[in-house]
Design a binder for this molecule. Structure first.
Ligand SMILES: Nc1ncnc2c1ncn2[C@@H]1O[C@H](COP(=O)(O)OP(=O)(O)O)[C@@H](O)[C@H]1O
Ligand SMILES: [Mg+2]
Length: 257
Protein backbone atom coordinates (compact mmCIF):
# COMPACT_ATOMS: atom_id res chain seq x y z
CA UNK A 1 0.00 0.00 0.00
CA UNK A 2 1.37 3.41 -0.94
CA UNK A 3 1.59 5.87 1.92
CA UNK A 4 -0.54 8.97 1.55
CA UNK A 5 0.72 12.34 2.75
CA UNK A 6 -1.06 13.48 5.89
CA UNK A 7 -4.43 15.12 5.34
CA UNK A 8 -4.79 18.68 6.55
CA UNK A 9 -7.82 20.93 6.71
CA UNK A 10 -7.49 24.64 7.33
CA UNK A 11 -10.47 26.75 8.41
CA UNK A 12 -12.69 24.66 6.25
CA UNK A 13 -16.36 25.52 5.82
CA UNK A 14 -19.24 24.08 3.85
CA UNK A 15 -22.55 25.75 3.14
CA UNK A 16 -25.20 23.86 1.23
CA UNK A 17 -27.02 26.38 -0.97
CA UNK A 18 -30.71 27.18 -0.54
CA UNK A 19 -32.94 25.44 -3.03
CA UNK A 20 -36.71 25.74 -3.46
CA UNK A 21 -38.24 26.57 -0.11
CA UNK A 22 -35.29 25.03 1.79
CA UNK A 23 -32.93 27.57 3.33
CA UNK A 24 -29.16 27.20 2.95
CA UNK A 25 -27.44 25.11 5.62
CA UNK A 26 -24.04 25.72 7.16
CA UNK A 27 -22.88 22.12 7.54
CA UNK A 28 -19.22 22.76 8.47
CA UNK A 29 -17.35 25.72 9.87
CA UNK A 30 -13.85 26.48 11.15
CA UNK A 31 -12.69 22.93 10.64
CA UNK A 32 -8.94 22.89 11.22
CA UNK A 33 -7.49 19.43 11.68
CA UNK A 34 -4.80 17.14 10.46
CA UNK A 35 -4.80 13.41 9.98
CA UNK A 36 -1.26 12.03 9.90
CA UNK A 37 -0.53 9.14 7.56
CA UNK A 38 -1.41 5.88 9.25
CA UNK A 39 -3.51 7.43 12.01
CA UNK A 40 -6.92 6.19 13.15
CA UNK A 41 -9.42 8.92 14.03
CA UNK A 42 -13.03 8.54 15.14
CA UNK A 43 -15.52 11.31 14.39
CA UNK A 44 -18.31 11.42 16.93
CA UNK A 45 -21.27 13.75 17.30
CA UNK A 46 -25.04 13.98 17.19
CA UNK A 47 -27.03 13.41 14.05
CA UNK A 48 -26.85 16.40 11.69
CA UNK A 49 -23.61 17.81 13.14
CA UNK A 50 -21.76 17.45 9.83
CA UNK A 51 -19.87 14.15 10.09
CA UNK A 52 -20.93 12.81 6.69
CA UNK A 53 -20.40 16.21 5.11
CA UNK A 54 -16.84 16.25 6.42
CA UNK A 55 -16.14 12.81 4.95
CA UNK A 56 -17.64 13.86 1.61
CA UNK A 57 -15.40 16.93 1.51
CA UNK A 58 -12.36 14.79 2.36
CA UNK A 59 -13.30 12.32 -0.37
CA UNK A 60 -13.53 15.12 -2.91
CA UNK A 61 -17.23 14.40 -3.43
CA UNK A 62 -18.18 17.85 -2.17
CA UNK A 63 -16.18 21.05 -2.62
CA UNK A 64 -15.75 23.14 0.54
CA UNK A 65 -17.14 26.67 0.33
CA UNK A 66 -14.47 28.09 2.66
CA UNK A 67 -10.92 27.38 3.68
CA UNK A 68 -8.59 24.91 2.10
CA UNK A 69 -7.31 21.38 2.41
CA UNK A 70 -4.47 19.23 1.19
CA UNK A 71 -5.16 17.79 -2.23
CA UNK A 72 -6.31 14.18 -2.29
CA UNK A 73 -6.45 11.92 -5.30
CA UNK A 74 -9.63 9.95 -5.76
CA UNK A 75 -7.67 6.73 -6.18
CA UNK A 76 -6.10 7.24 -2.72
CA UNK A 77 -9.50 6.94 -1.08
CA UNK A 78 -11.62 3.99 -0.08
CA UNK A 79 -15.13 4.89 1.09
CA UNK A 80 -17.29 2.56 3.15
CA UNK A 81 -20.92 3.55 3.73
CA UNK A 82 -23.47 2.40 6.29
CA UNK A 83 -25.28 0.38 3.64
CA UNK A 84 -23.19 -2.33 1.97
CA UNK A 85 -24.56 -1.30 -1.48
CA UNK A 86 -23.75 -4.63 -3.16
CA UNK A 87 -25.01 -5.61 -6.59
CA UNK A 88 -27.55 -8.38 -5.91
CA UNK A 89 -26.90 -10.33 -9.12
CA UNK A 90 -23.11 -10.44 -8.75
CA UNK A 91 -21.33 -12.81 -6.44
CA UNK A 92 -18.97 -11.71 -3.65
CA UNK A 93 -15.88 -11.95 -5.83
CA UNK A 94 -17.38 -9.89 -8.65
CA UNK A 95 -18.71 -7.23 -6.27
CA UNK A 96 -15.20 -6.74 -4.89
CA UNK A 97 -13.57 -6.88 -8.32
CA UNK A 98 -15.91 -4.43 -10.03
CA UNK A 99 -14.29 -1.13 -8.96
CA UNK A 100 -10.88 -2.52 -9.94
CA UNK A 101 -12.19 -3.44 -13.36
CA UNK A 102 -13.64 0.01 -13.81
CA UNK A 103 -10.39 1.61 -12.63
CA UNK A 104 -8.58 -0.80 -14.92
CA UNK A 105 -9.47 1.25 -17.97
CA UNK A 106 -7.24 4.01 -16.72
CA UNK A 107 -4.76 2.35 -14.40
CA UNK A 108 -4.45 -0.87 -16.44
CA UNK A 109 -4.43 -3.52 -13.76
CA UNK A 110 -3.93 -6.94 -15.33
CA UNK A 111 -6.58 -9.60 -14.77
CA UNK A 112 -4.03 -11.45 -12.66
CA UNK A 113 -3.32 -8.40 -10.49
CA UNK A 114 -7.06 -7.88 -9.99
CA UNK A 115 -7.36 -11.51 -8.90
CA UNK A 116 -4.49 -11.10 -6.42
CA UNK A 117 -6.05 -7.99 -4.92
CA UNK A 118 -9.56 -9.41 -4.65
CA UNK A 119 -8.28 -12.61 -3.04
CA UNK A 120 -6.13 -10.63 -0.61
CA UNK A 121 -9.05 -8.35 0.34
CA UNK A 122 -11.42 -11.30 0.85
CA UNK A 123 -8.82 -12.99 3.06
CA UNK A 124 -8.41 -9.81 5.12
CA UNK A 125 -12.14 -9.79 5.90
CA UNK A 126 -12.32 -13.57 6.38
CA UNK A 127 -14.55 -14.27 3.37
CA UNK A 128 -12.20 -16.18 1.08
CA UNK A 129 -14.45 -19.25 1.28
CA UNK A 130 -17.56 -17.30 0.24
CA UNK A 131 -16.26 -15.79 -3.00
CA UNK A 132 -18.96 -17.46 -5.09
CA UNK A 133 -21.87 -16.58 -2.79
CA UNK A 134 -24.53 -14.09 -3.81
CA UNK A 135 -25.32 -11.20 -1.44
CA UNK A 136 -28.74 -12.71 -0.67
CA UNK A 137 -26.95 -15.75 0.81
CA UNK A 138 -24.99 -13.63 3.31
CA UNK A 139 -25.74 -12.25 6.78
CA UNK A 140 -25.71 -8.49 7.40
CA UNK A 141 -22.23 -8.72 8.93
CA UNK A 142 -20.90 -10.66 5.95
CA UNK A 143 -22.37 -8.15 3.49
CA UNK A 144 -20.58 -5.39 5.36
CA UNK A 145 -17.36 -7.43 5.17
CA UNK A 146 -17.79 -7.59 1.39
CA UNK A 147 -18.27 -3.84 1.30
CA UNK A 148 -15.09 -3.40 3.36
CA UNK A 149 -13.20 -5.81 1.09
CA UNK A 150 -14.34 -3.82 -1.95
CA UNK A 151 -12.80 -0.68 -0.46
CA UNK A 152 -9.61 -2.51 0.64
CA UNK A 153 -9.04 -4.11 -2.77
CA UNK A 154 -8.15 -0.69 -4.14
CA UNK A 155 -5.38 -0.66 -1.51
CA UNK A 156 -6.25 2.92 -0.64
CA UNK A 157 -3.91 4.69 1.77
CA UNK A 158 -6.96 6.54 3.14
CA UNK A 159 -10.13 4.81 4.36
CA UNK A 160 -13.21 6.94 5.04
CA UNK A 161 -15.90 5.01 6.88
CA UNK A 162 -19.35 6.50 7.52
CA UNK A 163 -21.06 4.56 10.34
CA UNK A 164 -20.23 1.31 8.56
CA UNK A 165 -21.26 -1.07 11.35
CA UNK A 166 -24.14 0.94 12.84
CA UNK A 167 -26.86 -1.31 11.43
CA UNK A 168 -25.31 -4.54 12.77
CA UNK A 169 -26.09 -6.31 16.02
CA UNK A 170 -23.62 -5.61 18.80
CA UNK A 171 -21.72 -8.92 18.76
CA UNK A 172 -21.25 -8.74 14.99
CA UNK A 173 -20.11 -5.16 15.35
CA UNK A 174 -17.55 -6.14 18.01
CA UNK A 175 -16.14 -8.76 15.66
CA UNK A 176 -15.91 -6.34 12.76
CA UNK A 177 -14.32 -3.74 15.05
CA UNK A 178 -11.63 -6.27 16.00
CA UNK A 179 -11.04 -7.20 12.38
CA UNK A 180 -10.80 -3.57 11.34
CA UNK A 181 -8.25 -2.94 14.11
CA UNK A 182 -6.22 -5.91 12.89
CA UNK A 183 -6.34 -4.71 9.27
CA UNK A 184 -5.30 -1.24 10.36
CA UNK A 185 -2.38 -2.60 12.40
CA UNK A 186 -1.26 -4.73 9.49
CA UNK A 187 -1.65 -2.20 6.67
CA UNK A 188 -1.67 1.15 8.43
CA UNK A 189 -4.05 3.09 6.20
CA UNK A 190 -5.16 6.49 7.48
CA UNK A 191 -8.67 5.84 8.81
CA UNK A 192 -11.47 8.31 9.54
CA UNK A 193 -14.32 6.44 11.14
CA UNK A 194 -17.69 8.07 11.81
CA UNK A 195 -19.72 6.50 14.58
CA UNK A 196 -22.59 7.34 16.92
CA UNK A 197 -21.16 4.95 19.45
CA UNK A 198 -18.92 6.30 22.20
CA UNK A 199 -17.64 2.83 23.00
CA UNK A 200 -16.89 2.01 19.38
CA UNK A 201 -14.92 5.24 18.99
CA UNK A 202 -12.94 4.55 22.18
CA UNK A 203 -12.29 0.97 21.19
CA UNK A 204 -11.12 1.59 17.65
CA UNK A 205 -9.35 4.87 17.37
CA UNK A 206 -6.22 6.63 18.54
CA UNK A 207 -8.20 9.80 19.05
CA UNK A 208 -11.78 10.97 18.87
CA UNK A 209 -12.88 14.29 17.41
CA UNK A 210 -16.18 15.38 18.89
CA UNK A 211 -18.28 17.48 16.52
CA UNK A 212 -21.23 19.72 17.20
CA UNK A 213 -23.13 22.04 14.88
CA UNK A 214 -20.58 21.81 12.09
CA UNK A 215 -17.51 22.35 14.27
CA UNK A 216 -14.91 20.17 15.94
CA UNK A 217 -15.39 20.96 19.62
CA UNK A 218 -12.97 18.58 21.32
CA UNK A 219 -10.14 16.26 20.56
CA UNK A 220 -9.63 13.31 22.87
CA UNK A 221 -6.51 11.18 22.71
CA UNK A 222 -7.13 7.52 23.51
CA UNK A 223 -4.35 5.81 25.39
CA UNK A 224 -4.03 2.16 24.46
CA UNK A 225 -0.99 0.44 25.88
CA UNK A 226 0.70 -1.91 23.41
CA UNK A 227 -0.04 -4.80 25.77
CA UNK A 228 -3.76 -4.19 25.12
CA UNK A 229 -3.57 -4.33 21.36
CA UNK A 230 -5.01 -7.82 21.33
CA UNK A 231 -8.79 -8.01 21.04
CA UNK A 232 -10.94 -8.33 24.15
CA UNK A 233 -8.69 -7.22 26.95
CA UNK A 234 -8.90 -3.54 26.03
CA UNK A 235 -12.67 -3.50 26.65
CA UNK A 236 -11.94 -4.29 30.29
CA UNK A 237 -9.02 -1.87 30.63
CA UNK A 238 -9.18 1.29 32.75
CA UNK A 239 -7.82 3.36 29.83
CA UNK A 240 -10.78 2.21 27.67
CA UNK A 241 -13.26 3.31 30.33
CA UNK A 242 -11.41 6.59 30.78
CA UNK A 243 -11.64 7.25 27.02
CA UNK A 244 -15.38 6.45 27.00
CA UNK A 245 -15.92 8.82 29.92
CA UNK A 246 -13.96 11.62 28.24
CA UNK A 247 -15.85 11.29 24.95
CA UNK A 248 -19.22 11.12 26.75
CA UNK A 249 -18.31 14.19 28.76
CA UNK A 250 -17.38 16.13 25.59
CA UNK A 251 -20.68 15.13 23.97
CA UNK A 252 -22.64 16.10 27.06
CA UNK A 253 -21.07 19.57 27.17
CA UNK A 254 -22.93 20.32 23.96
CA UNK A 255 -26.20 19.11 25.44
CA UNK A 256 -25.88 21.52 28.34
CA UNK A 257 -24.71 24.50 26.25
N1 LIG B 1 -27.01 17.53 0.23
C1 LIG B 1 -27.43 18.34 1.20
N2 LIG B 1 -28.11 19.50 0.93
C2 LIG B 1 -28.51 20.32 1.91
N3 LIG B 1 -28.28 20.11 3.21
C3 LIG B 1 -27.63 19.00 3.56
C4 LIG B 1 -27.16 18.06 2.58
N4 LIG B 1 -26.53 17.03 3.22
C5 LIG B 1 -26.57 17.32 4.54
N5 LIG B 1 -27.25 18.50 4.75
C6 LIG B 1 -27.45 19.17 6.04
O1 LIG B 1 -26.16 19.45 6.58
C7 LIG B 1 -26.13 19.22 7.98
C8 LIG B 1 -25.06 18.17 8.30
O2 LIG B 1 -25.49 16.92 7.74
P1 LIG B 1 -24.59 15.60 7.77
O3 LIG B 1 -23.24 15.94 7.31
O4 LIG B 1 -25.33 14.55 7.03
O5 LIG B 1 -24.56 15.27 9.34
P2 LIG B 1 -24.27 13.90 10.11
O6 LIG B 1 -23.59 12.97 9.18
O7 LIG B 1 -23.43 14.30 11.29
O8 LIG B 1 -25.59 13.38 10.58
C9 LIG B 1 -27.54 18.81 8.37
O9 LIG B 1 -28.22 19.97 8.80
C10 LIG B 1 -28.12 18.28 7.08
O10 LIG B 1 -29.51 18.44 7.07
MG1 LIG C 1 -24.14 11.02 8.55
Amino acid sequence: MTRAPSLTLNQLGLRYPAHGSAAGVVALQNITASFPAGSFTALVGPSGCGKSSLLRVLAGLQAPTQGDMSAVTQSDIGFVFQEPTLLAWRNVYDNVALPLKIANRKSRLSAQEIDVRVSEALTLVGLEARAKALPSELSGGMKMRVSLARALAKRPPILLMDEPFAALDELTRFRLDDDLRAIWQQQKPTILFVTHSVTEAAYLAQRALVMRAGEIKSEIAIARPASQNQPDNFRAAPSFHAACAAISEALAQGERA
